[in-house]
Design a protein. Structure first.
Length: 232
């Protein structure tokens, strides 16, 4: 796993649909990994080239990456700044407040739902951030993060019929920056005069399909990373 190259910082708050603050009578919580569950799609454009992305799959990609790429120690410390707590396999479909205690992850996330403004911070796990090659200075880079619906992000319970929303009060993107040596800059100028810059990316795409209940073998279905080159 490569070191994170971009970090996202958000200040968010769960409110009633009319914008008023919550009180203790409101029964609401939020989905796991709230920082990235808030965005259904992340589009990346380098120069004039738009990178392929899995439409509406970003929350699932981020969830699986956190689940499979980090060890227990990181999941219990580092990832909690993005409101990640591992869910119990037998307690994903909690619909009543009386069942909250059945899910360790939901119990811990639920304690933050009424805390007012929350600061979320974590790595932006997109394919571009996993590339070992650095981007050139003055290269245009555009990120578009499309919000997921409040119904997807928030968890409401049968005992409460109030409508809620997640308000983003502040957003920051922190990007790793490297200052090259003078001789490296000179070498880059010479090379760029000969040819365009080339960025090799390994793109990972998420594919969804229906599977009958009780089936445990995915058979021939699989997803292979694809190499994608950008020339600027």
């Amino acid at each position: 796993m490569t070191d994170p190259q971009m970090f996202l910082h958000l200040t968010v708050e769960i409110k009633k649909a009319d914008g008023t603050a919550l009180d203790r009578s409101n029964l609401v919580s939020f989905a796991n990994n709230l920082l990235m569950s808030l965005f259904r799609t992340v589009e990346v454009v380098i120069g004039s080239t738009a990178l392929p992305c899995s439409q509406n799959a970003n929350p699932y990609v981020q969830y699986l990456y956190s689940l499979l790429s980090y060890g227990k120690m990181a999941q219990e410390t580092l990832l909690q700044t993005s409101m990640w707590w591992k869910d119990d396999a037998s307690a994903f479909d909690v619909k009543s407040t009386t069942s909250i205690s059945e899910s360790t992850g939901l119990t811990k996330r639920n304690t933050w739902a009424h805390s007012g403004a929350m600061d979320l911070y974590g790595p932006l796990q997109i394919d571009l951030c996993k590339m070992s090659r650095l981007l050139l200075n003055r290269l245009s880079l555009t990120l578009k993060l499309y919000r997921a619906s409040n119904q997807f992000v928030l968890l409401t319970f049968a005992e409460d019929t109030v409508q809620y929303k997640v308000s983003i009060d502040r957003a920051e993107l922190m990007v790793r920056r490297v200052r090259p040596r003078a001789q490296d800059l000179k070498w880059l100028e010479v090379e760029l005069a000969k040819r365009a810059a080339r960025y090799p990316l390994v793109m990972n795409c998420m594919v969804t399909y229906s599977m009958p209940k009780g089936m445990t073998n995915v058979g021939k279905y699989h997803c292979c990373p694809k190499c994608f080159h950008i020339y600027v």
